[in-house]
Design a protein around this ligand. Structure first.
Ligand code: SF4
Length: 476
């Protein structure tokens, strides 16, 4: 495979490249655009013109510098061994292959895809979607040899994207619908994915029927098909091993997998908890489940929500706290499908005396509620607030009492525990603090060091971390 005719370098070394607003030539899709998508379909050889790239709308060179446009990337592939179950996994490779291009930053997936093309790439001559299409087709055929033919169609026009966008949404819905037909107890194999390790080196998704991947684009069926055709690829089997804790979803096989894939950084995962040994989060998660201490409940915000969530933080600020491959109790990257699993954070819910994990949820942005409302328990649905009902924590507290949300029942116990701890502290007693570790946000792994606090309770008005350099020579 050669990229000599492509004016910018191509290769995995460019994955993880960040293109800031001032460096970008154009932005495609992302939060400012209503309709955008990427989709892969398996078709017959008769329906494909191998190597063909088609552009509906204006090409890159005709876009004004600094502008934002819709983007639809439709990849069609053919080959005798291809099956429909592989479509979602092939589709996820759009992210990886676009990021191979020096000068392209691709984020997210499905209908949240977001690309930036750098000014430098355009100056070097990477000024047409024809070039990006050619790169994608070559990479698809080289990296996945069972793909024999491929063609790519781009949509950059608001009108022309309408129809393929509707088709893509219908296909995503059908995949999600199928994923809801099975549960963890129906299978004897789980699957893992490390496609996001270029952005989050200690992250690996554990994909089970009840826990769709964080990005929402790879369900258990998709992962099974991918691991079967490419066992040495980024998706692989996880034999669950012994179940150590059914409620928490703790398995010896999953613990071994995360220890190996995180290079020893993380050695224990509760699949169904956001508070104890939670699943790691990369940066592609569809939504964030965050703890709201003031009401002892959880909120959910998705990446399409442009305002601040009930805790006063926008999605972007919480995403920084959540992502990067960390295990962060109280901030979890999740897929939308996982919210409607009967096992959703069941360990946290049942540990508090609730009937199920979903009863811990007290707030979610309206976009998420509208999307999954039909799958949630009817009596609970009306008790979950959105931005339309409450806009601050005090109002949320009052709302939860007014609607008699199940979380209110847990307040008395939480208060009693707090008072008991205060009493112990007043007596100057040494109190055992359990086993949960905590990493100070912002320092975990990124600056060449990490601080992990275990079994301790700290109160500080400020934490100052200084790098100690070599001492300079004293002047004579
Ligand atoms: S979020 Fe998980 S499943 Fe999705 S691409 Fe990343 S590692 Fe793979």
């Amino acid at each position: 495979m050669s990229f000599e005719d492509i004016p910018v370098p191509i290769g995995p070394v460019y994955e993880g490249e960040r293109i800031r607003a001032k460096q970008m030539y154009v932005e495609l899709g992302g939060p400012k655009m209503e309709k955008h998508f990427e989709l892969c379909k398996v078709v017959s050889k008769k329906e494909i013109t191998d190597g063909q790239v088609t552009i509906h709308g204006i090409d890159l060179k005709d876009m004004e510098e600094g502008s934002t446009h819709p983007i639809g990337i439709f990849v069609e592939v053919a080959g005798p061994e291809l099956e429909v179950d592989l479509e979602a996994v092939f589709e996820r490779r759009v992210h990886e292959f676009c990021n191979f291009v020096n000068g392209i930053m691709h984020l997210n997936q499905r209908y949240t895809n977001w690309l930036r093309i750098s000014k430098t790439a355009v100056e070097k001559g990477f000024n047409s979607f024809q070039l990006l299409g050619a790169v994608l087709i070559r990479l698809y055929k080289a990296e996945l040899p069972i793909i024999e033919q491929a063609q790519v169609t781009f949509f950059t026009n608001e009108k022309e994207i309408e129809k393929p966008y509707a088709m893509a949404m219908e296909i995503y819905d059908k995949r999600d619908e199928r994923a809801r037909t099975i549960h963890d107890e129906d299978v004897d194999m789980f699957y893992g994915c490390v496609l996001c390790q270029s952005f989050a080196p200690t992250h690996a998704c554990c994909i089970t029927p009840d826990r769709t991947s964080l990005c929402g684009s790879i369900n258990w069926f998709d992962a099974r098909a991918a691991a079967k055709v490419d066992p040495k690829g980024p998706l692989f089997e996880i034999p669950p091993g012994e179940c150590l804790n059914e409620l928490a979803g703790e398995y010896t096989g999953v613990n071994e997998m995360i220890k190996k894939r995180s290079l020893g950084e993380i050695d224990r995962i509760y699949l169904f908890s956001g508070m104890e040994f939670p699943h790691t989060s990369c940066g592609c998660f569809e939504a964030i489940d965050f703890y709201i201490p003031e009401v002892n409940g959880h909120g959910i915000v998705d990446r399409n929500y442009g305002d601040v969530a009930i805790n006063g933080l926008p999605f972007s600020a919480m995403a920084n706290q959540t992502g990067g491959g960390k295990q962060m109790p109280g901030f979890n990257g999740i897929s939308i499908q996982y919210i409607i699993s009967p096992k959703y954070q069941q360990y946290d819910g049942k540990s508090q005396g609730l009937n199920e994990g979903i009863e811990t949820v007290v707030w979610m942005n309206k976009g998420v509620k509208d999307r999954i409302g039909e799958f949630l328990p009817k009596d609970l649905l009306s008790k979950i607030a959105t931005e339309e009902e409450v806009t601050d924590i005090n109002a949320l507290k009052q709302w939860l009492q007014d609607v008699n949300h199940p979380i209110v029942e847990t307040w008395a116990e939480a208060l009693a525990e707090e008072e008991e701890e205060e009493e112990w502290e007043a007596e100057g007693a040494m109190v055992p603090m359990g086993t949960v570790g905590m990493t100070i946000p912002g320092v975990g792994g990124s600056g060449g060091f990490s601080i992990i606090l275990k079994n301790c309770k700290v109160h500080a008005e400020a934490i100052i971390i200084k790098k100690i350099g070599p001492k300079g020579k004293k002047k004579k």
